[in-house]
Write a protein that binds this ligand. Structure first.
Ligand SMILES: O=c1ccn([C@@H]2O[C@H](COP(=O)(O)O)[C@@H](O)[C@H]2O)c(=O)[nH]1
Length: 231
C-alpha cells in the first residue's frame, strides 16, 4: 500500500525530460509531486497524466484566479486528469470558491480543492503596500472564508499553521510551501520554516522545491528530510 507522504516535491523544471528524470528516481511512497505554472506551460496536461499513471499523487498548482464559471470549469478539467489536489486563489471570493466546490461535487474523481491565502514569498511590508493587513491577519481571514465555502484546506505558510489548526480544526488541510531545511538558501521566500518545525506546527503537507531539486543529490536530500520528519 502507498504511504501518504507529507512531502510534496515542487517539480519546477522547464522541460518534461528534466521532470521525468526526477520522477524516475523517486518512489510514490517517498513523496507526492507538484506541477506548477512553469512545467505545465512547458508540458501541458500530458505530463500530468504520465505522472498519475506512474501512481504519483499529483498536486496541480495552477492557482486559478478568475470569474466563477471559468475557475470551476478549469478545475473540472483538472479533476479529469486524475490529480490528487487542485487550487484556486481564496481572494477570488465566495462566489468563485462555492461555484468551484459545487462543480467538483459528484464527479467520479474529486480531487482535494484548496485555496491559496497569502503567497509565502510575501511579508508584511508588501501586504501593507497593497492596503492589506499583516500576513497573519489576512491568512486567517481567507482561511475562514475558504472553510465556510466548503473547501478542503488552504495554502499558507507554516508560520500560520498552529493558529489555523486552532481556528479551523484538525480536518482542514494546511499545505505549506516556504519550507527551508536549516542552512538552505531562502531564495525568494519570506515566511519560511524548517520541515520538522512545520510538521510540529500542524502542516499536513510540506511543499518543497529547490532545496531538493537543486541539491547535489536530490534523492538523498528527500530521504534525509523524510527521516527527519519521522524521527
Ligand atoms: O504561497 C505559495 C504558494 C505556492 N508556492 C509554490 O511552492 C513551490 C515552492 O518552491 P521552493 O523552491 O521550495 O521555494 C513553488 O513551486 C511555488 O510556486 C509557494 O512557494 N508559495
Amino acid at each position: 500500500m502507498k504511504v501518504d507522504s507529507r512531502i510534496v516535491v515542487a517539480l519546477d523544471f522547464a522541460s518534461v525530460p528534466d521532470a521525468l528524470a526526477f520522477a524516475d528516481t523517486v518512489n510514490p511512497s517517498l513523496c507526492k509531486l507538484k506541477v506548477g505554472k512553469e512545467l505545465f506551460t512547458a508540458s501541458g496536461p500530458t505530463l500530468v497524466e504520465q505522472l498519475v499513471k506512474r501512481d504519483f499523487d499529483v498536486f496541480l498548482d495552477l492557482k486559478f484566479h478568475d470569474i466563477p464559471n471559468t475557475v470551476a470549469q478549469a478545475c473540472k478539467v483538472a479533476a479529469n486528469l486524475g490529480v490528487w489536489m487542485v487550487n484556486v486563489h481564496a481572494s477570488g471570493g465566495r462566489k468563485m470558491l462555492e461555484t468551484t466546490r459545487e462543480a467538483l461535487e459528484g464527479m467520479s474523481h474529486r480531487p482535494l480543492l484548496i485555496a491559496v491565502t497569502v503567497l509565502t514569498s510575501m511579508g508584511n511590508d508588501e501586504l501593507l503596500e497593497l492596503g492589506l493587513p499583516t500576513a497573519a491577519q489576512q491568512v486567517e481571514r481567507l482561511a475562514k472564508l475558504t472553510q465556510s465555502c466548503g473547501l478542503d484546506g488552504v495554502v499558507c505558510s507554516a508560520q500560520e499553521a498552529a493558529h489555523l489548526k486552532q481556528v479551523c480544526g484538525s480536518e482542514f488541510k494546511l499545505v505549506t510551501p516556504g519550507i527551508r531545511p536549516a542552512g538552505a538558501a531562502v531564495n525568494d521566500q519570506t515566511r519560511i520554516m524548517t520541515p520538522k518545525a512545520a510538521l510540529l506546527a500542524g502542516s499536513d503537507y510540506l511543499v518543497i522545491g529547490r532545496p531538493i531539486t537543486q541539491s547535489d543529490n536530490p534523492v538523498l536530500t528527500l530521504q534525509q528530510i523524510n527521516a527527519e520528519l519521522a524521527a
